[in-house]
Design a protein around this ligand. Sequence first.
Ligand code: KG4
Ligand code: ZN
Length: 354
Amino acid sequence: MSELILGFESSCDETGVALVRAGGGAALPQLLAHALHSQIEMHQAYGGVVPELASRDHIRRVLPLTEAVLAQAGVALAEVDVVAYTRGPGLAGALLVGAGVACALAAALDRPVIGVHHLEGHLLSPFLSADPPEFPFVALLVSGGHTQLMRVDGVGRYELLGETIDDAAGEAFDKSAKLLGLGYPGGPALSRLAEQGEPAAFKLPRPLLHSGDLDFSFAGLKTAVLTQARKLGDDLPGRSADLAASTQAAIVDVLVRKTLAALAATGLTRVVVAGGVGANRRLRAQLDAACAERGVRVHYPELHLCTDNGAMIAMAAAMRLQAGLEQPRRDYAFDVKPRWPLEEVGAAGVTPGG
Ligand code: KG4
Ligand code: ZN
């Protein structure tokens, strides 16, 4: 079996398209080509993602990106065997663009479609790296909307161990960055500024660090950052790098320590980090150091596949197909799931409308 899978990602502010070849047997699917358009510049003027503008831009970008991917791979559209798209979670209007295009293409080609869970895409994206993980592992999913620790025993076998009870880690980065007058997206901007600052300069809270469970809470941190910024008053510009470094240190500290607690609770010796915050250099350095001490392997997606992209969606579809979790489906009525817990994906086939 060797199937070509075309995948679409349009859940937020990135339009991603990719082509993956699913091999036979246990061989991992291979990425043949992928293309991405980030809307960051467009949303920058508004300080955050404007959903309606996001949807309209996905419409503009998706077909030219698809043509680019097919050309790059030297594959004709008619050769595509399966079409995959992000079904959720995400912005409803943005998701509908990818779902609509994917289902229309699949209908025109008379090929099956697969609706993929965005977080499952992030979760499986390290399998596209040069050093892919093996099951089982603890997954730390850290994106703009989610912060979760999961036990992953295989494709479709996800057990939630803990999650944020309020803001996500990416949100904590983004909101703190906004308070410091940095642009959107705040994560990369804050971590760049933090490189010139002192992580121990300000004492910021590490919420739920000793809660005894694997949940997170980041809402209080942004209040603490705001209080500190107000206290500094006119001195803020001169100390903003220190405050950025201390904020990043607090977020990373909690993420690392809770991940270690998840390893201890499960007895597993492998970690996969996925989602946009997984690009954070301090998180990588601290987690690598803590895990090396404990003989634990840490796997990351390639840096350019940490944030949203089409490759992870095509990859997740390919791995679900290979695992026998998807029934080829040619019913092109579609829906999207703006809110969709990952545990619901499970081993049952994810079928649009189902
Ligand atoms: O996974 P992702 O691209 O989109 C969602 O599915 O949400 O994650 C985006 C999040 C944003 O909050 C962004 O600020 C954060 O990831 N992010 C970072 C870094 N790069 C992206 N946070 C900290 N450090 C980074 N280098
Ligand atoms: Zn994402």
